[in-house]
Design a protein around this ligand. Sequence first.
Ligand SMILES: [Zn+2]
Length: 268
Amino acid sequence: MPELPEVETVVRHLKPDLVGQKILSFQSIWPKVLGNVHKKYFNDVIVGRNILDVNRRAKFIVLHLDNGFIPIHLRMTGRLYTNDNIPTAKHISAVFRLSDKMLIFQDTRKFGRVYWYDQWAEFDQKHGVEPLGELFTKNWLQQSLQGRKRQVKALLLDQHIIAGLGNIYVDEALWSARIHPLISSNNISSVKSNRLHESIKVILEQAIAYNGTTFINFTFQDGVPGSYRNQLQVFDRKGLPCKRCETVIKKIKAAGRGTYFCPRCQKI
Ligand SMILES: [Zn+2]
């Protein structure tokens, strides 16, 4: 599933194409593609409106109109891209016809959704702090960890606390900060918490610079994969030597997810 860097990559590539375009029509080819709004209402409210901006919030690509917001979630296999015409490709979920191009939402597994919100706050308040935003400070992270007794991996994956982190980047950040994924959050020292804060920001920024990580499903533009996979330090490296100490990397379950860590660098 795309995480923050992958969604940010899609936003950065779509934005110049979309800002200033008028929405001429919307076609939902997959009937359940609209997540929280009825088709007729959605059409009435968006047709004829201009796209003023495109940004990312949590793992959503958000089209800003002058009368509301269209957040789009790619889920497992969603792809959002522009094209001159409606492509003949399979698995098209929805098409926005714009002034001089089409915005195509293609989704093999059909879990991706398009939403509508009149008010930014109504959408925004559903999601936690942005790890690349101003509210994500060392102090905030330390208090968030200390104030809870939760397994740190589960806490970092909780989108209501921090928005946009997923399985890959949480494992990378915990390895970088030398924190065991199963440790209780209130047992993390301030030194390690500060290291984690730095690791999260640095790793996300690097991953964005590499256009994200592609394992199977993530591509942007016309099928370009993200290339951060070659930079991963611990994720997907079970049985291989730790890049810091050469101990064999282990894979366990944490928060229900396959989790990679170094038993020597990340002691509980
Ligand atoms: Zn190690």
